[in-house]
Design a protein around this ligand. Structure first.
Ligand code: ARG
Ligand code: ASP
Length: 715
């Protein structure tokens, strides 16, 4: 009976997972992936996606500013990414008179495109396996710390010595938790100009309420252009630079998508942890996520209260609020999803299988202690991990006075470790950088946040690690005192504190009430938490590497084992597909402009709709982009994506651009830890909606003319 059940489980598990999930290395698609992609309907070959000798899709997919993904969509370097990825640049060019965030921005000629001093996009030239070279001389070492040191030395040497052109860069990244190392030769373009952005009421439609949610109706896109020197090579900004000529650009399909169509998403997923043991997932669900959620919950409630009453505060806190709310909401969805899918139980059952494989292969000595060791170390690290998350969320992330104070604490540390010159250099960088932070800082809001978060910190973070200054206080009184006396509550005070030579500054700092508290908290953390946390975490790293090695070695032959995301270029693929979020409910895979109008709340900051869009809707004036009298907006698919995949191209069976990735569905936000193909979906904007907005809404038809459209319906 038990065997039967196990067999049934395995059968379901392998058939379902057989075609879904995974973020694959583009240079290694030949074989299993290529076969699978073709069986899903792909018409291209693995070589069309990645090739070193001739142009391929990868040449059109640069990393956008190190965080998001983007794609080239014309022969003149026109670049597409999300609105939320270009948000900082759009905001930077906005003033009260030219409020591009609110009204949108469209360059009507190249001369009107706006330069962005701190922006860059990075292309991958080629990818090579350098594992043997990186691991040279490592196997003889016994201590984990020595191994890590040797690996770092090898990486530094290889990065400097492996062949590349003078304008290129070498980067080495680890895959499969230290079991494989890959070299990436890259080219970085630094003259990237803003070309177009819809108003936020389109590009951010639905805002935080709709974030991580399907059905979705957001036109989350913006346009840039890459400029190069006259030789087409990377060059610093110059008005004499010319539009970049890409090795490849995506044709844009207006042929439309329907359920079960093949899709491929190509981009730079940031970080996943798909191979954690059950005990680690348990810790996330029961302890770490709830802690982080509780802190952010309190911080967001305070900010929201002020933002609703005061428009100036709303503007000051809009970006900060969105960023804190993004992962707050993600963790809530993630915990729910992990519970609902029984991720821990499934991992436990997988671990039973794993133990059997180890026994059968006679590898007890090598791998037999991994799982019991995991149990032990995770139990041991639990309070330290919790203390670390509380410290990060309360001090480093959500109470700004403490965060600013911590920067000064680091400054004092720099002086102690490296002396006057290092101190001066760091101070001179820090002080101007803080101007922007203080511009959006409100003392009254932060004081309330402080009061709430300190109370949580003192009662919920493991007490044995906390300093006396924090425990058993009247936090309202403490807040009132610090926020009336500390110089950290305004930029003038901050500047005054940091004026003078190191000795003077440090004396002033240590007389400041706010600084003294941060210092006490930081020192307690540095003494009571981080050394032990680091020591245990190093053990976990070593165990995880060995676990991964065993999984690679002992899994059934047809197992699909992909490396965790690490901000390198990956391919994920699947189909356009709806899903069943709960009993008797089915979500269709495509949304339409009708849904925008259903959600429309005039004047609302999340659900307002621009008049021009309403007019186009009423006239059904969709041009060649509509479908049977309707305007498609977003669609979902079974592509396995994560943070960093925002802005990634969604590509059809023939290599044409059909969508732009920007989010995932609520029920599937746990996919970073456990991917369940029945409910994990990525969300994309339909390219037809993007073109419709550019052409019909913004009147920037010249940009559409620059692209190569395919799939045009015959009249
Ligand atoms: N959830 C998406 C991703 O993680 C979009 C975030 C931007 N939007 C927002 N409302 N905060 O990044
Ligand atoms: N919204 C995410 C991003 O910005 C994508 C995701 O997490 O699905 O990269």
């Amino acid at each position: 009976m038990r065997i039967l059940r196990l067999l049934a489980f395995l059968l379901v598990f392998t058939t379902v997972s057989a075609q879904q999930g995974g973020m694959w290395i583009p240079s290694l698609l030949k074989g299993m992936n290529e076969k699978e992609m073709k069986s899903l309907g792909m018409k291209m070959s693995a070589q069309d996606i990645y090739d070193v000798n001739k142009s391929s899709l990868k040449d059109a997919v640069p990393h956008f500013n190190g965080g998001c993904t983007s794609e080239v969509i014309s022969s003149k370097g026109l670049l597409l990414t999300n609105h939320h990825c270009g948000y900082g640049e759009i905001q930077a060019h906005s003033t009260v008179d030219h409020d591009y965030l609110t009204n949108g921005f469209w360059a009507m000629s190249m001369a009107e495109e706006l330069p962005n001093p701190d922006m860059e996009v990075t292309f991958i030239v080629r990818i090579e396996d350098v594992s043997t070279k990186v691991l040279e001389g490592v196997s003889g070492l016994t201590s984990e710390a020595d191994k890590q040191k040797k690996i770092q030395e090898n990486i530094t040497k290889l990065t400097a010595s492996l062949p590349k052109e003078s304008w290129q860069e070498n980067k080495i990244r680890t895959f499969y938790e230290g079991n494989q190392y890959m070299l990436f030769v890259t080219e970085t373009y630094k003259d990237v100009r803003l070309v177009g952005a819809p108003p936020s009421s389109i590009g951010k439609f639905g805002s935080d309420t709709d974030n991580w949610v399907w059905p979705r109706h957001t036109g989350d896109f913006s346009l840039f252009r890459i400029y190069a020197g006259k030789d087409n090579k990377p060059a610093a900004y110059s008005k004499d630079n010319v539009p970049y000529t890409p090795k490849h650009f995506f044709p844009v399909s207006i042929g439309g998508v329907k359920e079960n169509d093949f899709t491929l998403v190509f981009g730079y997923p940031g970080r996943t942890t798909e191979y954690l043991p059950a005990v680690a997932v348990e810790q996330i669900v029961n302890s770490l996520n709830p802690a982080k959620i509780e802190v952010r919950d309190a911080a967001l409630k305070v900010a929201d209260g002020f933002m609703r009453k005061d428009n100036a505060i709303k503007i000051q806190y809009a970006a900060k609020y969105a960023s804190i709310a993004n992962y707050w909401k993600k963790w809530i969805g993630e915990s729910q999803g992990l519970k609902k899918t029984n991720a821990v139980a499934i991992k436990r059952s997988y671990e039973k299988d794993f133990a059997n494989w180890v026994n059968k292969a006679g590898k007890q000595e090598e791998y037999g202690n991994i799982l019991p060791e995991f149990e032990k170390v995770y139990k041991e690290i639990a309070p330290y991990a919790l203390a670390r998350d509380y410290f990060t969320e309360v001090v480093l992330r959500n109470t700004e006075l403490l965060t600013m104070g911590y920067r000064l604490y680091q400054l004092e540390q720099v002086y102690n470790a490296r002396g006057e010159q290092a101190f001066t250099d760091r101070r001179n960088n820090l002080v101007p950088a803080m101007a922007d932070v203080y511009k959006d800082f409100n003392k009254t809001v932060d004081e309330k946040v402080f009061e709430q978060l300190m109370a949580i910190y003192a009662t919920k973070s493991p007490k044995q690690f906390l300093p006396a200054e924090v425990l058993n206080q009247d936090y309202s009184k403490m807040a009132a005192e610090i926020y009336s006396q500390s110089q950290l509550t305004n930029y003038a005070g901050f500047k005054e504190l940091t004026e003078g030579d190191a000795k003077t500054v440090i004396a002033k700092l240590n007389a400041d009430k706010g600084y003294k508290l941060v210092k006490a908290m930081a020192e307690a953390y540095a003494k009571n938490v981080s050394p032990k946390y680091d020591e245990l975490n190093l053990k976990i790293t070593a165990l995880q590497r060995n676990y991964m090695k065993a999984i690679l070695e002992l899994s059934p032959k047809d197992a699909r084992i992909f490396p965790d995301a690490n901000s390198t270029l990956r391919v994920t693929y699947g189909k356009v597909k709806g899903y069943e979020p709960r009993d008797a409910t089915y979500y269709e895979p495509v949304t339409y402009l009708d849904g925008v109008m259903e959600k429309y709340v005039p004047g609302d900051y999340e659900f307002d709709v621009p008049q021009k869009l309403i007019d186009l809707y009423n006239k059904k004036d969709y041009g060649q982009y509509g479908e049977n009298g309707k305007m498609p907006v977003c669609f979902i698919g079974t592509n396995h994506t994560t943070g960093g995949n925002s802005g990634s191209p969604a590509i059809d069976a023939n290599g044409n651009l059909i969508g732009l990735n920007f989010d995932r569905v609520w029920e599937g936000t746990m996919s970073d830890i456990y991917y369940d193909p029945s409910i994990c979906r990525n969300i994309m904007v339909d390219m037809r909606y993007v073109l419709f907005i550019i052409d019909k809404y913004a009147g920037a038809k010249h940009l559409v003319d620059e692209m190569k459209l395919v799939g045009i319906k015959k009249k």
